[in-house]
Design a protein around this ligand. Structure first.
Ligand code: SF4
Ligand code: F3S
Length: 350
């Protein structure tokens, strides 16, 4: 269930509030459970690449991570006991982070997080039960937020995003993986100020408020009709598949790789739309530009579109392009064959 409401963040100051100290001189940390379901574990690994604050500072000063399948030393019944203890004794206090889709087919038996009272505890039951007692629920990564790629056709496990299985608002922090800043920033805001301002898809506006395209350093090439024809060329990558025009995230300005060094387009490869709700079924193939549509004054076709979502995505780009076409900037390029790759990507659905 995605709420369509907007919530306003309490404050955006340049300075972090002081964390209160406990009696023993250590900072009081906020309890957190990081549950990994159907996932490649890429988001928890992304979190380990946090730079400012780094993961050590985060866990020493802000968050007490009681449970994480990947990083905790305890395992087996010991780990499950910790999880149950938090669920029962810190209800209403802990933040629940879920990484991964939630398999729902066959009663959720495609993913277990462990044995509870000698019986398998499905990821589905764990997410539902832990979400019920959480102060905030955060879905991290595109699996947990949008349900893909694990939920891709034919989806035998019935994998769904977190928002589809819990009956409460979920804050979505998409990306494949999510940028460490998007994770730490959202968690820090929750601890210090409460729920940040969210968009209609429940994403924090501070990180997902602009399209990649609007922030891209190659935007002037797009406007001038200078397009790369193959990977490695320094022009706009739209024609070889860039999904920046329909993807909301601040990758071009924030950049990746720990110390904010580079990002996909900066490394000469198109944005695949990994943070977009259209990812993965509707942003693939990654190296073909989006399907064409009929627009006033524009001769294009929609014969490569198999899904309504694909059409909507294409329309988003098409409208943007139309603005440029009416100014005449792209007319020449378009006539030269924009959209004539000839291949199809009709997706089958039951
Ligand atoms: Fe940048 Fe991609 Fe937009 Fe081109 S299409 S300007 S490479 S985001
Ligand atoms: Fe993903 Fe595109 Fe950013 S592929 S990492 S949203 S540039």
């Amino acid at each position: 269930m995605r709420t369509k409401t907007r919530r306003r963040g309490l404050a955006r100051t340049g300075r972090a509030p002081q964390t209160q100290e406990t009696g023993n001189g250590r900072p009081e940390k906020h309890p957190l459970v990081w549950l990994e379901t159907n996932t490649c574990h890429g988001d928890i690994l992304s979190l380990l690449n946090s730079y400012h604050p780094d993961f050590g500072t985060l866990t020493q000063e802000l968050l007490e991570i009681y449970f994480t399948n990947t990083l905790m030393a305890a395992h087996g019944s010991q780990a499950i006991e910790v999880l149950e203890k938090i669920r029962l004794e810190r209800s209403g206090e802990y933040i629940l982070v879920v990484e991964g889709t939630v398999p729902t087919a066959a009663g959720g038996r495609y993913a277990f997080i462990g044995l509870r009272d000698g019986k398998p505890w499905t990821a589905l039951d764990a997410v539902v039960e832990l979400a019920a007692g959480a102060k905030h629920v955060v879905a991290v990564g595109s699996c947990a937020t949008w349900g893909l790629p694990y939920g891709a056709h034919p989806n035998p496990t019935g994998s769904k995003p977190v928002s589809a299985v819990v009956d409460r608002p979920v804050i979505n922090v998409p990306g494949c993986p999510a940028h460490p800043d998007w994770i730490t920033g959202t968690l820090a805001h929750l601890v210090w100020y409460g729920v940040p301002e969210l968009d209609a898809e429940n994403r924090p506006v501070v990180f997902y408020g602009e399209t990649i395209h609007n922030l891209c350093q190659r935007r002037h090439y797009f406007e001038s009709g200078l397009f790369a024809r193959k990977i490695g060329e320094p022009w706009c990558l739209y024609k070889i598949g860039c999904k920046g025009p329909v993807t909301y995230a601040d990758c071009p300005s924030r950049q990746w790789c720990g110390e904010h060094l580079n990002w996909p387009v900066g490394a000469n490869t198109p944005c695949t739309g990994c943070a977009s709700p259209e990812f993965l079924e509707r942003t693939a193939p990654f190296f073909e530009h989006l399907p064409d549509v009929h627009l006033p004054g524009v001769r294009v076709t929609a014969n490569r579109v198999g899904l309504a979502g694909g059409l909507i995505t294409a329309l988003g780009i098409g409208l943007h392009l139309a603005g440029n076409l009416f100014t005449g900037r792209l007319q020449k390029e378009w006539k030269k064959g924009l959209g004539k790759t000839g291949k199809t990507f009709r997706l089958k659905r039951k």
